[in-house]
Every structure is written in structure tokens, then in C-alpha cells.
Design a protein around this ligand. Structure first.
Ligand code: NAP
Length: 278
């Protein structure tokens, strides 16, 4: 499954729609400290914004700026008319309370979809709300390849708030039967072998081996693991590619789709802003 190609199509569509707005959407990206991985992610987001006709507002705070300074910046951006989406690059350095930071973002600008109100709307299936970018990217890929989820057994490995839990919920809304596995799951292979659609979001290279996958299954690899100078997913790609009906590569699968969904959410934030009569 080609995440790069679909992400490109999404960006082209977003660009067409941003051009129809009275003003370009604005995305504020806040980074605290100079974590090298975060620097790369933030630079990629800036490039994506440029491709989509979105204005990127970068805010780099020193690692020791402190929680109050960060919260004050968010309050300012919540009120700033040309900023429609706000994103805080995670993880934050030690000493910051990420939960409090996320809850300080106005739900109307919560383009990462991590706020409790956004999550609550997702779980209740009572949108329209933003959808978290990674699971939304997975769903977009499944749709693109016309994989009907109704009645399918989907097994999600990982239960984080940003991937596993919302992923399970979104699959449930598509009428799949969902199993969510985690670090305390006993006999993981006995669960994964039952999956028509297997989604791994753990962060352990080589976790999903060929004996854990039913022939013909759809395999989605969310994991990102740096091994030496290479990036690997959680899934043992080469042998499993031979037996799976569909599989996402790493890199080039879910990663670009996550970024594309952020652009889509930022467009939605701006569209909603202008629809409210601003
Ligand atoms: P996380 O918060 O660390 O969660 C990892 C989950 O995996 C936890 O629920 C954990 O269980 C579970 N787990 C750990 N070891 C396990 C095992 N042996 N068997 C079964 N489950 C196990 O990570 P995350 O933020 O969800 O991210 C997961 C991975 O996806 C990471 O590699 C991350 O870099 C990647 N990611 C990729 C994208 C993308 O765009 N492609 C986006 C986000 C994240 P417990 O809850 O029991 O601890």
C-alpha cells in the first residue's frame, strides 16, 4: 500500500480547497527544546504546509522555557485569528505536563485531535470533530484500497491514546470486530493469527513475524524504529509481503499519511472558522 502516492493526492486536494478560502489556513507548530527527531518532524510539517497553501507559524521554545511560558503561548495562539490549528510537538522535555498542555489547546484548533473533548466526540461518534492523524491515515489507506471492514476481525497491537485506542474505535465505527492487544496480552500470536486486518503500533522492530500473520491478511505497520541509520517498522516486511494480501512499507506507508491527515485537519479547522462567520 503506497502511502506516499496517496498522501500526495491528499495534499493536492487540500491545496485546491485552501485556495477557495478567504485567507490561507494557519498552522502553529510549537517545539520545546531541540530534540533532533522533533526537529526533523517539524521541518517536514513546514514543507507539507508549503505544498498545501497553509501558512506555517513556527514557535521554538528553549528547553527550560517552562510550563507557564508554554501555556501562555498556547493561550495567545488560541486567540490569534490567522492561526486555525495548533500543534505541540511531542514528546515534551522532562518537567512539562503534556496532558495539561494538550488540554490548553482550544478544541476548535486541536488539529492533532488529542484534546479530551475531541477524543470524547470520536468515541461517541458524534462529530464533526477532528480525527487523530495516524488512525485517520490508516483508514484513508484502507479506503483507497477498497478494503471493506464490515464484519472483519481487526487486531490492533498497541493501546496508546494517539494510535491504538482511537484506531480501535474508528475500526469499530466501520463495523469491524476489534481486538486490542498490549504489553500485558498473553500469547500475542494467538490473537494476531486471527486477524483479517492486523495493525501494529508498538515501536519494536521485528515484533510481528511471519508465523503471527494469517495468509491473505491485510497488514498495517505503524511502528517507526530506528535501527542503525535505517528506519524499520514493527513488521518483518519481506517474508510477510509474500503471504499478505496488502501490506504497508516503512518508510512510505502510514508515516506520510499521518502528515497528510494533519494538513487535512488544518484545512478543516480553517473551513470551520470561516463557516462560523469569521
Ligand atoms: P506507545 O505510547 O509507546 O505505545 C506502545 C504500545 O505498545 C503500548 O500500548 C504497549 O503496551 C504496547 N506494547 C509494547 N510492547 C508490546 C508487546 N510486546 N506486545 C504487545 N503490545 C506491546 O507508542 P505510540 O505512540 O502508540 O507509537 C507506537 C509506534 O508507532 C512507535 O514506533 C511510534 O514511533 C510509531 N508511530 C508512528 C506514527 C506514524 O506516523 N507512522 C505515528 C505515531 C506513532 P502497554 O500499554 O501495556 O504498555
Amino acid at each position: 500500500m503506497d502511502g506516499n502516492a496517496l498522501a500526495k493526492q491528499v495534499r493536492i486536494s487540500v491545496k485546491k480547497q485552501t485556495a477557495l478560502l478567504p485567507q490561507p489556513p494557519g498552522l502553529a507548530v510549537i517545539q520545546v527544546g531541540d530534540n533532533p527527531a522533533s526537529m526533523v518532524y517539524v521541518a517536514n510539517k513546514r514543507r507539507d504546509c508549503e505544498k498545501c497553501g497553509i501558512i506555517s507559524h513556527a514557535h521554538l521554545l528553549a528547553e527550560d522555557a517552562g510550563q507557564d511560558t508554554l501555556l501562555e503561548l498556547i493561550r495567545r495562539l488560541n486567540a490569534q485569528a490567522d492561526v486555525h490549528g495548533i500543534l505541540v510537538q511531542l514528546p515534551l522535555p522532562k518537567g512539562y505536563n503534556a496532558d495539561a498542555v494538550i488540554q490548553a489547546i482550544s478544541p476548535e484548533k486541536d488539529v492533532d485531535a488529542f484534546h479530551a473533548l475531541t477524543m470524547g466526540k470520536l468515541y461517541l461518534n458524534c462529530g464533526p470533530a477532528f480525527e487523530p492523524c495516524t488512525p485517520a491515515g490508516v483508514i484513508a489507506l484502507l479506503d483507497r484500497y477498497e478494503i471493506d471492514l464490515r464484519g472483519k476481525h481487526c487486531v490492533v497491537v498497541g493501546r496508546s491514546n494517539i494510535v491504538g485506542k482511537p484506531m480501535g474505535t474508528m475500526l469499530l465505527h466501520r463495523h469491524a470486530t476489534v481486538t486490542i492487544c498490549h504489553g500485558s496480552t498473553v500469547d500475542l500470536p494467538s490473537h494476531t493469527r486471527q486477524a483479517d486486518v492486523l495493525i501494529s503500533a508498538v515501536g519494536k522492530a521485528g515484533l510481528i513475524t511471519t508465523d503471527m500473520v494469517k495468509p491473505g491478511a491485510v497488514v498495517i505497520d505503524v511502528g517507526i524504529n530506528r535501527v542503525g541509520d535505517k528506519i524499520h517498522g514493527d513488521v518483518d516486511f519481506e517474508p510477510i509481503e509474500k503471504t499478505a494480501s496488502f501490506i504497508t512499507p516503512v518508510p512510505g506507508g502510514v508515516g506520510p499519511m499521518t502528515r497528510a491527515m494533519l494538513m487535512k485537519n488544518t484545512l478543516k479547522a480553517a473551513q470551520d472558522y470561516f463557516m462560523r462567520g469569521n
